[in-house]
Design a binder for this molecule. Structure first.
Ligand code: GLC
Length: 432
């Protein structure tokens, strides 16, 4: 009898000691000392592993955390395809996806659905202060924080420095100037078959390009109460300008309606185009002689404005790491998410892939600045990059905008009709 009581007490003591030892570290640290801690495997749903950068990060993380193995699941580069695959796993409450990358517009979608683990307990306000405010704000939903930003993004104007110099042209400040300069150079240079392109196929990249045009004419999508205000003359001017570049000005190739960022880059890197709207990640590729014929000939500037009375706008992009509500290894997943957004990981991605950092301090970091010489000048555009609407219905709204914008591009609708129809459908989605 006595013996049984002793064993029971001993077990309680061991259990409590185990729980205490487990606090702040992985579940396996309660294992007896002479046994190897149990290996926890995490599945990380992410981007294609360009230049093996992610594998290198994972290797380092595993060295520092020998009890955690991270399996990288490479999803397609296309943002919309990633969203579908990640949402499918979350909707199915699939516990095999522990941690995943999220575009800056997704935290609100996943948080409102109850699919993401809030990370407030793992990150103090002081921790969050290390990051750019826009990147942090994107991860907030109803007062809680759901993702850790590991990369920010902002739309930029890439231009052929050599051609502008040769023809005595300044970097355009308005879309009108851009059209005029592109037409001029197209008329003078045989190899220049196009003036400008962006990622205008029907996917999220098109919304990012459209938002920049609309804001640069003084228009917007939702007001601060969430009401649709897209049907304005400013939005119509923006839509007319985009469609005009394809159909009247003939500086943007008709094929742009199938261009993702890779396709638009390909024309520019082949040396056949004057201007490109791209993210900073295009920079390292443009300077890699294996992919690009214009190494040393590229400049980067803020995007043009609707007129000299308007402002230039970059769409805020970027990527976060989020932890699935259905993961069975949340603590380890958070550990990895923090590492993915660490200085080490961001410097590596900046050097290899010209991914611009979400951590403020890295804008003073010599390695980062050396990898991206444009970064200092573009800093104001980066910190003022403007967010797309934050809404649980974001994907539906964006989809409407993409479809209607393409209808204007192929002249199935006038720019005005496309704007009005998009606004009407957006109101329906939001029940207004
Ligand atoms: C980039 C941006 C992201 C955006 C996407 C569109 O990856 O970082 O925010 O939604 O491009 O394709």
């Amino acid at each position: 009898m006595k013996m049984k009581k002793f064993v029971a007490i001993l077990m309680v003591v061991l259990l409590v000691a185990g729980v205490l030892a487990g606090c702040g570290s992985s579940q396996s640290s309660s294992a007896p000392q002479d046994e190897k801690p149990e290996l926890v495997e995490l599945n990380y749903y992410s981007h294609p592993d360009e230049k093996g950068v992610m594998s290198k990060m994972i290797e380092k993380f595993q060295e520092e955390n020998p009890n955690i193995k991270v399996n990288l699941i490479e999803l397609p580069a296309d943002t919309n395809k990633k969203l579908t695959m990640i949402s499918t796993a979350l909707q199915a409450e699939d516990s095999s996806m522990d941690v995943f990358d999220a575009d800056v517009i997704w935290p609100a979608i996943f948080a409102s659905a109850g699919w993401a683990e809030p990370l407030d307990n793992y990150m103090t306000e002081e921790d969050r202060d290390q990051f750019l405010p826009g990147a942090v704000f994107a991860n907030e939903y109803m007062g809680k924080y759901y993702g850790i930003p590991y990369r920010t993004d902002a739309g930029m104007l890439y231009y052929r420095k050599d051609l502008l110099e040769k023809h005595g042209r300044d970097v355009p400040e308005t879309w009108e100037e851009l059209v005029e300069t592109a037409q001029y150079i197209m008329g003078k240079e045989e190899s220049i078959t196009s003036g400008h392109a962006g990622s205008w196929k029907q996917y999220e990249g098109l919304t990012c390009n459209l938002t920049e045009f609309v804001w640069s004419f003084g228009g917007d999508f939702l007001d601060n109460k969430g009401n649709v205000i897209f049907d304005s003359k400013e939005s119509v001017s923006a839509m007319e300008t985009m469609s005009g570049m394809i159909n009247q000005d003939k500086i943007t190739p008709e094929g742009v309606i199938t261009f993702g960022s890779g396709d638009a880059r390909a024309v520019f890197f082949a040396g056949n185009m004057v201007f490109l709207r791209d993210w900073p990640s295009g920079w390292s590729k443009s300077q890699d002689a294996e992919n690009s014929k214009i190494v040393g000939k590229v400049g980067i500037a803020p995007l043009p404005k609707g007129s000299m009375e308007n402002e230039s706008y970059s769409t805020l992009g970027g990527w976060q790491v989020m932890v699935s509500k259905f993961s069975e290894h949340k603590e380890e997943a958070v550990k990895f998410a923090i590492f993915r957004a660490s200085e080490y990981s961001q410097i590596l991605a900046a050097e290899e892939l010209s991914h611009i950092p979400s951590r403020k301090a890295l804008y003073e970091n010599e390695e980062v600045l050396a990898a991206m010489p444009f970064l200092k000048d573009m800093y104001p555009a980066i910190i003022h990059a403007y967010p797309r609407p934050k809404s649980p219905y974001y994907a539906e709204l964006s989809n409407i905008l993409q479809i209607e914008t393409q209808r204007a591009f192929i002249q199935e609708k006038t720019p005005e009709e496309a704007v009005m129809d998009a606004a009407k459908q957006m109101r329906e989605v939001l029940g207004q």
